[in-house]
Design a protein around this ligand. Sequence first.
Ligand SMILES: O=P(O)(O)OC[C@H]1O[C@H](OP(=O)(O)OP(=O)(O)O)[C@H](O)[C@@H]1O
Ligand SMILES: Nc1nc2[nH]cnc2c(=O)[nH]1
Length: 185
Amino acid sequence: MSDALAAEAWAVYRAAECLYDETTVRGAVDRLAGEVTAALAGHNPLLLCPMTGGVVLAGHLLPQLDFPLEFDYIHATRYAGALRGGELTWKVTPTAELAGRHVLIVDDVLDRGITLAALVDFCRREGAASVHSLVLVDKRCRREAAIEADFVGLSTPDRYLFGWGMDYKGYLRNVPGIYAVAEAP
Ligand SMILES: O=P(O)(O)OC[C@H]1O[C@H](OP(=O)(O)OP(=O)(O)O)[C@H](O)[C@@H]1O
Ligand SMILES: Nc1nc2[nH]cnc2c(=O)[nH]1
């Protein structure tokens, strides 16, 4: 990507509002790990990470789930570097067999709900025995698909977010807190 976009991302980062600092996010991930362990240890679950946003959360959650599980990824995107979602584009389906499995989808943010609803539908159509979902952030907004996550880390207002896997035009997924882009004055 261009240096101009990197500079824009840096300016957006500096002007943004920190909604949750790193310590708070890590605390939420610890709690989520406990909840998932209580619900799914012993069920031989398959964790499914929607790329790319789910990768930071999955990387922090996995070592805290101290029981047998499998991990795979899926790739469907509808923002593609934009600040508003469009059509969902499928890029990669999981290589793991989902039939008969207890699937846990682990994603960064539940916003309009279109992506998570499509992922859950996909897993059900593939014959999963059960499908649970976990999101780091549940945005308080008007859903466009009737879905809620089973495990929720944190809640935010309806602002465009970045950090902890969430991007600003492809940048800032690495930021170690959850930030909201500054609103125009
Ligand atoms: O609830 P929705 O409004 O459907 O949005 C939620 C989805 O948006 C983001 O993915 P995105 O399409 O931005 O791709 P990314 O994971 O590569 O950032 C995020 O990772 C969720 O999967
Ligand atoms: N980066 C990012 N991706 C999203 N996908 C849906 N909502 C958001 C958001 O607020 N930020």
